[in-house]
Ligand binder design. Structure first.
Ligand SMILES: [Fe+2]
Length: 178
């Protein structure tokens, strides 16, 4: 991993850093699923997808991370992928966040579907300490860790069918709402 990625991750707890490093490695291994020109942005986005936990603003880490990375000069594609990772719009709705907050990070490119697919798969098959998990185990772990009434667990339940599908394979295409 590039030193500057490692530097950005130091703001996070050890477990979360391990999750991101492992997910980023998986995305690098599956990067042939996207066109060559998208691979660096894909790996950057997956390695940094939870960085928003270290830079809270709205208190919603996908959008907080995208805003932070945009300020650092990461590409609109990286910010878009981070903002939308793992069905984040459903959790945004559950949290009562106005979905207009996604507008600054929307790039409106249909060809990003395969990159979303790799990203969601890498996140959903990597556990909270960076361990390999099936998506089914990952969703069970989220439910157990957060408790059934927590907004994160509630959102994962609501998104269950798309998350289960996304976690089966890095090969695919996921279209996000904006
Ligand atoms: Fe994650």
């Amino acid at each position: 991993m590039a030193d500057w990625f490692a530097d950005l991750l130091t703001v996070l707890e050890d477990d979360r850093r391990a999750h991101l490093e492992a997910a980023g490695r998986k995305a690098a291994e599956a990067a042939q699923c996207v066109p060559p020109g998208l691979r660096p942005d894909l790996v950057a986005a997956v390695t940094l997808h939870d960085i928003g936990y270290g830079h809270p603003r709205l208190g919603f880490h996908p959008l907080d991370g995208a805003a932070y990375l945009a300020e650092l000069g990461f590409s609109p594609v990286v910010c878009h992928l981070v903002a939308h990772h793992s069905a984040s719009t459903i959790e945004a709705e559950e949290r009562g966040i106005d979905l207009a907050a996604y507008a600054p990070f929307s790039v409106h490119r249909d060809d990003l579907g395969p990159a979303h697919a790799v990203m969601w798969w890498a996140d959903l098959t990597t556990g909270p300490q960076g361990q390999d998990m099936t998506v089914e185990e990952r969703l069970d772990d989220i439910a157990a860790r957060y408790g059934p009434d927590d907004v994160v667990a509630r959102s994962a339940r609501r998104a269950q069918s798309v998350l289960l599908a996304a976690g089966q394979s890095p090969v695919g295409s996921i279209q996000v709402p904006f």
